[in-house]
Design a protein. Structure first.
Length: 322
């Protein structure tokens, strides 16, 4: 029997990951609304078949939209994601990441939304972990206001589930990369490197380049979101019973990443090593066996993802010049 069409809200659906997720819901036959204030998202990313509402997630009008549509699924990608911004302006970070979340959860409970998918961050909620790859049960020791708000969001959702019955799943992302990634954000190292290679410029590397990150391709992250939208979570309680790490379990150094992209580009204009940035995590790799046990696994190798990302950025640049 075919699955009934769902009414899905994707917040931040004009952004890098959110737009890919919105595409996937539409491909699955769902009806999709995108809410985004376009502060960092791009109108061109929004799927043409999605209903777009330009709105801040903190706005009172959010409640009216929920009452009008009565969403079955909320996929919450809208957020302030820059660690540097959170350090400079913790109040702004908390306003978007916490007050925005609370506005959505209250609205979802009012209309009986069946599933709330929350984007957390495996890269920041664990801090500098002792165990690598890091499992969901590792101590939560965020080292930035951004990490604090992401973890606090999980606590709020845990409360809302226990006391008010809101069913949710938290996805703790590792370092996501792929087409549409913003090269201007601090997390967009792949996009930054691609653009510099296309311009024939040296790659800037902070520190010795041996710090590692778990780079996961955006299409694999989309698959995790689709699974999280309908998976039976049972009666597990506590943060870690409702959360999944989303990563490859493989740490890639900045130097290796640079080398892989140089191979894709077919050029190596050189590397410029600068002093390491204070407060940067040395290593971050996620253990994703819990999500794998539910049927998910990365379908793309690092090299495949880098090739697709590089080609996408190259095509965009060529189109802008024509």
């Amino acid at each position: 029997m075919p699955r009934s069409k769902r009414r899905v809200l994707v917040t931040g659906g004009a952004g890098f990951i959110g737009s890919h997720v919105a595409d996937a819901y539409l491909a699955a036959g769902d009806t999709v609304w995108v809410v985004d204030n376009l502060s960092t998202g791009r109108r061109e990313n929004i799927p043409k078949r999605a209903e777009f509402v330009e709105m801040d997630i903190r706005a009172e009008e959010v409640r009216n939209l929920f009452r009008e549509v009565r969403f079955d699924v909320v996929n919450h990608h809208a957020a302030q994601i820059d660690v540097r911004v959170s350090v400079l302006d913790p109040a702004k970070d908390a306003s978007i990441n916490l007050l925005g979340l609370l506005n959505l959860t209250e609205a979802a409970i009012e209309v009986g939304t069946g599933r709330f998918v929350y984007v957390s961050s495996g890269g920041v909620v664990y801090g500098e972990p002792e165990q690598i790859p890091t499992p969901e049960t590792a101590p939560k020791l965020p080292m930035s206001p951004y990490g604090v708000t992401k973890l606090t969001g999980e606590h709020y959702l845990n409360y809302y589930r226990k006391v008010r019955g809101l069913e949710y799943v938290a996805l703790r992302y590792s370092n996501v990369f792929g087409p549409r990634q913003d090269p201007h954000g601090e997390a967009g190292v792949v996009a930054i490197f691609c653009n510099r290679l296309l311009s024939g410029e040296q790659l800037t590397i902070f520190g010795d380049g041996e710090q590692t990150r778990d780079h996961v391709f955006v299409r694999d992250v989309v698959a995790a979101n689709m699974l999280a939208s309908s998976i039976d979570m049972g009666n597990g309680v506590g943060l870690d019973a409702r959360a999944f790490n989303v990563g490859t379990g493989v740490g890639t150094s900045v130097n290796r990443l640079a080398g892989a992209l140089e191979a894709v580009a077919g050029r190596a204009p050189g590397r410029d090593y600068k002093p390491e940035r204070p407060g940067e995590l040395r290593h971050s790799t996620l253990e994703a066996s819990l999500l794998r046990s539910r049927g998910w696994s990365p379908a793309f190798t690092l090299e495949q993802g880098l090739r697709e990302t590089y080609d996408h950025i190259a095509a965009k640049r060529a189109g802008a010049k024509s």
